[in-house]
Design a protein. Structure first.
Length: 428
């Protein structure tokens, strides 16, 4: 029989004392031949995490239903007992550490535990498309190696913890489709490595943060379907490829100096807001911009210029349902890549330029045709450009209904959908 001698050590620091206790426990396990492959703190967290989830939401066949802590988690991962849900890597003195916690979309329900400090090596946390609820724990800031945090499509509520802004290694932050309230934390300016930020479909309020400018790696920003107010910030990261802020309460004008710096921008969606003034010509000079959606705002005009639009890469432009006045923007017929244009339901007047009709029927060599040209619901008048009369219904989507054309017979498919406005209204 072996005899082991342990000295009694008096330690006044509780943190140090806890560390010594776990060392003693590890030594005992080693001496008894029962050393765990998984670091003790990772195992404790996985136990706490599972215990905090409502048992009724842990369905047979799901990842969590297979977690059986009579066995070592990392040593039995992808077996019948720990089929899925996390990943381990051998990092800490030969012990395995949990580096990824990514649950299946099995309808798990419950609050998140506060003990995230037990997973110091976690790089990915993905709990999307479940029914987790309560506040997002501020203790997630202990995950200093975290690169991806995805809590999308759950039922989290309350404010976004400002402490998340300290996660300087974070590359993706997805908090969309929850019930989060309050403002976007000012501390987000500390997310220097962030590439993707998804906050859409929450109940966020306040101004669009003016402090995102330093995020030089940010490519994708979606804050749609919230209640954000104010103007688009002057300082936006020049690295942005897509900006989506539809269905908020944004107001004011779009400043050209904001847009000129977005050299890599491909998609801009600011629809369903209260933006006003002129649509700046700077948008039509961006060579990378492919999709521009400004519908359902209060824009009153579109700025024009005699040069600059030739380098535009725009494929689709939607400025419908605004308050645009004046003639149709002539330069749009000369934009080589533009194939979808919607200007319907505005207050535009004048005749349809022949160039618009030619771009539908017979575009210039190397240029795209108007496969979609929606001009209904304006005050356009005069005759229908002759090239349009040769169109067949299946050749292009063109609408001219609800204008002021003297003759637009419904035998032409592009005159169908609504009658022309009555003459007194057109004269007014």
């Amino acid at each position: 029989m072996h005899h082991y001698l342990f000295h009694v050590i008096t330690i006044t620091n509780p943190i140090t004392e806890m560390g010594w206790c776990f060392r003693v426990i590890s030594l005992l396990l080693l001496l008894l031949g029962a050393e765990s492959k998984t670091h003790w703190s990772d195992t404790e967290f996985l136990k706490d995490f599972k215990n905090g989830i409502h048992p009724s939401s842990v369905n047979p066949g799901s990842c969590l239903s297979s977690w059986d802590f009579t066995l070592d988690p990392c040593d039995n991962l992808f077996t019948q007992k720990f089929t899925c849900g996390f990943r381990c890597d051998s990092i800490d003195s030969g012990l395995s550490r949990v580096t990824e916690l990514a649950l299946d979309q099995a309808g798990y329900s419950g609050p998140l535990p506060p003990t995230w400090n037990l997973l110091p090596y976690l790089q990915t946390l993905d709990l999307s498309n479940n029914f987790f609820y309560g506040n997002i724990p501020g203790s997630l800031s202990n995950l200093t190696r975290l690169r991806r945090l995805a809590l999308s499509a759950n039922s989290f509520s309350g404010a976004i913890p400002s402490s998340i802004g300290s996660l300087s290694t974070l590359e993706e932050l997805c908090l969309d489709h929850n019930n989060l309230t309050g403002a976007i934390p000012a501390t987000f300016n500390g997310l220097k490595n962030l590439k993707r930020l998804e906050l859409q479909s929450n109940k966020l309020q306040g101004w669009v943060p003016p402090y995102l400018g330093p995020l030089n790696n940010l490519n994708y920003l979606d804050a749609s379907d919230n209640s954000l107010i104010g103007e688009l910030p002057i300082w936006l990261p020049a690295s942005l490829v897509q900006i989506s802020m539809r269905n908020n309460k944004l107001s004011g004008v779009l400043k050209p100096e904001v847009l000129k710096n977005l050299k890599d921008l491909q998609v801009l969606d600011l629809s369903w807001n209260k933006l006003s003034g002129a649509v700046p010509f700077a948008l039509f000079e961006l060579p990378s911009l492919q999709q521009l959606t400004l519908s359902f705002n209060e824009f009153s005009s579109v700025e024009g210029n005699s040069a600059g639009f030739e380098k535009s890469g725009l494929i689709a432009v939607d400025i419908s349902n605004n308050k645009l006045r004046g003639s149709l923007p002539w330069f749009m017929a000369w934009m080589a890549q533009l194939s979808a244009l919607s200007l319907e339901n505005n207050m535009l007047s004048g005749k349809i330029p022949r160039e618009y009709a030619m771009k539908v029927v017979s575009p210039r060599n190397g240029e795209s045709s108007f496969g979609r040209l929606l001009l209904g619901g304006n005050y356009l008048y005069g005759g229908i450009p002759h090239p349009l009369l040769r169109l067949k219904p299946d050749s292009a989507n063109v609408t001219l209904a609800n204008n002021c054309f003297y003759r637009c017979p419904r035998t032409f498919f592009f005159c169908q959908g609504a009658a022309q406005k009555p003459p007194p209204l057109c004269h007014k």
